[in-house]
Design a protein around this ligand. Sequence first.
Ligand code: HEM
Length: 416
Amino acid sequence: MPTKTTGCPVSPLSAAFDPLDLTDPFPLLAQARTEEPLFYNADIDYWVITRYEDIKAIFQDHDTFTAANTITPIKPFSAEVRQMLVEGHYTPVPVLSNNVPPDHTRIRSLVSKLFVPRRMRHFAPTIRQLARDRLTALLAQGQADIVAALTYDFPAYVLFHVLGVPDEDVPQVKAWSDNRIELYYGRPSDEEQIERTKGLVPFWHYVVDLVKRKIEQPSDDLTCDLIRMRNGDDGILTVNEIASCMITLLVAGHETTTAQITNGLLHWLRDRKQWELLGEQPALIPNAVEEMMRYDPSVCAWRRSVAQDTVIAGVDIPAGANLLLMLNSANRDETLFPDPEAIDIHRENVKAHLALGYGIHYCVGAPLARLEMTVLFEEMTQLMPSLRLIGNQDLAYTRNISFRGPLSLEVAWNER
Ligand code: HEM
């Protein structure tokens, strides 16, 4: 466990920062970028980093800054919870997000082969059909909370298709994933922590059973691709590592995309000219998707821990310190992105955003995320050209440090 940083000064800006309140983090982060680009937050014992160049340099230097803490619970597990995990045979191991080289390199080299564009193209027609079917089924309704009606589970159905997981398990896995996010990235009470752990153990066993079934009955999906790469050799990948990859993918592969699609809809519909333009010129959609990831990334902050004493933004930071990298702030850094508070779907250097990370841990699912978001928006701008927000809405966000997307978004469209 990293050592606790003590005696760090708490500035007024730091005192005003609530790392779990994602309602509107942007004004404070803009202030931090100019006045105090790095500050210590005693609430969670993390150093908060806000400038693009510092965050990118941290991502690049994986010897000094390791990803070992990316799935560490913000509120440490109690002794009772740890006991429940031992008794429940909860045995995932670090494989991707929170792993370090050389182990990370070995596993990542296999998992990244699953998501190559050629393999993604194979799934593209089914993803488009899924989008069309879901939207067509909604058309007569005329209005909806688009999160409940579409964005909450559309990415999960896409992911389940590519991983070869049964569709009927989507609701259960979505519930388990929400639960896991609140357990690791939020701050549950002691009782909630115990309740949520009760959902973690069955999630793990579900994944272990799924992998066992896939070993016995191979099919044409990414889970089986990974099993084939293993070729029965634990030196390549163990069965426990495959299950650990699967539980990672079964959270990272849809919660992120759900929130990103909702963030995109919110901003494009706040300025409907953009929605209309995307309908008239669908070729703009891929760049517009990048711009919405820049402007309001669903993974708004990500973590690193300091492996050896270092200096960040002129401040000495000791080994063992924890860092919270504000990707949503880096992406609005005025030194890189001109007029950063404006959404510009033509923005030329937009792909420099850090919404998907950078370096050896760069989002391995990025080709799938880009494909499904592009396809969904292509279909949606055509089938729902009149889509609009209903009134002024108080948007609610889950209290956690990393995953930002409105929990509901009321929209309307002309019935067909
Ligand atoms: C818009 C959607 C998505 C966003 C914003 C997003 C964002 C991120 C970010 C910020 C990281 C950390 C990168 C770093 O540490 O440098 C990451 C890593 C990762 N993402 Fe995504 N992600 C998205 C979609 C997906 C999808 C669809 C999948 C899987 C199908 C996925 C799987 C992963 C995995 C496994 C990692 C860890 C990679 C590693 O450590 O080597 N993500 N993602």
